[in-house]
Design a protein around this ligand. Structure first.
Ligand code: NAD
Length: 441
């Protein structure tokens, strides 16, 4: 078992949002990091210094790591793990059909690297996995001389580099204190608290954190719905409750509903983990239901803005969508509320013209599949041209600077539905447009 608390060589399995940012950060801290992936195209791009994702500051940090020789990229992981002191698992854990987390990638990666690990190596699981998966990783590795440590990741897409360099905390769940110390040593240079705990608690912390944040958003979306009925302004309510230290202002922005690669699958996995252990996590089920209703509320707002009833068909209606990603600052379209809402409108007959700053130019294969059927355009004005209604669906700052008079000129209709409360209602109305936001009186 591990005793050395100063690991130097690190292998990272999976170079997605988490793996690439983790690998680049660890190289930035001074460690030798080999980042491995099975995606040939991704590895080839990274070897040439091309970053396959949009993440502020990541290309600079990767370039620094490559220039220093501390950060390298490899197709396959066997060679890299055989010389690593610590191996990070950063592979996907998508949602299975029944809402539980699909651990196929984690099991495959662990089974593959197991025979090639150095004696005394530590395998750190950063993938979000259900409570108890710690043991499952150990079983798949089949190595009594290797420790497994749970080290959940809390970075937010869009500020992943910042979050890795300035985390609110680092959580390390381990049975062996030496292995925990070895992982803690990797974060020594950070000015943050390190929470040492057992593996089950570490795994629970990750789900509980995401579940709580999703709950905050669903809560404020419900409050926003209420504000519309009672004539209150949700911004004033947020200022009023967010200033209470017990509540805090973060994650209280009303919007089209939460989405992305984590909240939807993790909230469902939390319900599923609880159910398997005989507990009905009804609060979390409610949080998910409210989010589904929020998508429907946005669809109905967009429909009604065109003068139709909420459930009417939309044949012949052109909807201009501003924003496709699940939030600003990322190119991630996974479980994007925008795409989900637009699919509903499309099913009811609407034509979708869309613009997003991350989908300008040739779309890659994944983007093409996720956006099939939408007319993806290369500028805001292009997207709103001929539209009956403009729906602001992602909070990209550039949308708050739209040239409204020009927009009025090129639109066919005159309706704006601001699902992110990004625009100033009085200014929009002064330009001759109708305005509907979320929870705005
Ligand atoms: P991702 O899909 O962006 O990247 C995963 C990468 O792993 C892919 O490049 C894939 O090719 C690679 N991969 C799969 N199997 C492999 C194998 N056997 N060997 C080498 N590479 C392999 O995923 P992500 O968003 O980085 O998420 C990874 C994990 O971290 C998930 O469990 C997720 O829930 C969790 N997480 C994600 C975020 C986030 O914001 N994206 C935040 C915190 C935690």
């Amino acid at each position: 078992m591990s005793t050395n608390t100063s690991p130097q060589r690190i292998a990272v399995i999976g170079t997605g949002y988490v793996g690439l940012t983790t690998g680049a950060s660890l190289a930035h801290f001074g460690f030798d990091v080999a980042c491995c992936d099975i995606d040939e195209r991704k590895v080839s791009m990274l070897q040439q210094g091309i970053i396959p994702i949009v993440e502020d500051g990541l290309s600079e940090m990767v370039a620094d790591g490559q220039a220093s020789g501390r950060l390298t990229f490899h197709l396959g992981s066997i060679e890299s793990v055989s010389s690593a002191d610590v191996v990070f698992l950063c592979v996907p854990t998508p949602q299975d059909d029944d809402g539980s987390a699909d651990l196929t990638y984690v099991k495959l990666a662990a089974t593959e690297i197991g025979p090639h690990l150095r004696p005394g190596a530590v395998v750190v699981n950063k993938s979000t996995v259900p409570v108890g998966s710690f043991h499952l990783v150990g079983e798949a590795l089949a190595r009594a001389d290797v420790d497994v440590v749970s080290n959940p990741e809390f970075l937010r897409e869009g500020s992943a580099v910042h979050d890795c360099l300035h985390p609110d905390r680092v959580v390390i769940g381990a049975e062996n204190p030496d292995a925990a110390a070895k992982v803690a040593a990797l974060y020594e240079s950070l000015d943050t608290q390190i929470i040492l705990t057992d593996p089950a608690s570490a795994e629970t912390i990750k789900y509980a954190a995401n579940g709580f944040l999703a709950m905050k958003i669903s809560f404020i979306n419900s409050v926003a719905a209420m504000c519309e009925q009672v004539g209150a302004d949700v911004a004033a309510v947020v200022a009023g409750i967010g200033s209470d230290g017990r509540i805090g202002p973060q994650f209280l922005n009303p919007g089209p509903g939460w989405g992305g690669s984590c909240f939807p699958k993790d909230s469902r996995a939390l319900v599923s983990i609880a159910r398997e252990r005989g507990y009905d996590f009804s609060l979390m089920r409610g949080v998910i239901d409210i989010n589904e209703q929020q998508y429907e509320r946005m669809v109905s707002k967009i429909t009604r803005s065109t003068g139709r009833f909420a459930h009417d068909r939309l044949d012949g209606v052109i909807v201009a969508a501003l924003g496709l990603t699940f939030k600003a600052g990322t190119d991630d379209l996974r479980e994007s509320p925008s795409v989900r809402i637009l699919r509903d409108l499309e099913r009811r007959g609407a034509t979708i013209q869309a613009y997003d700053p991350t989908t300008v130019g040739d779309l890659d294969e994944i983007q093409r599949a996720r956006l099939s059927g939408f007319d993806v355009r290369s500028s805001v004005l292009d997207a709103v041209s001929g539209a009956d209604v403009v729906a602001v669906l992602t909070e990209w700052p550039e949308f708050s600077e739209i040239d409204l008079p020009k927009m009025v000129e090129v639109m066919r209709g005159n309706n704006v539905v601001d699902c992110r409360n990004l625009l100033e209602p009085t200014v929009v109305k002064a330009a001759g447009l109708t305005y509907d936001g979320v929870g705005r009186s």
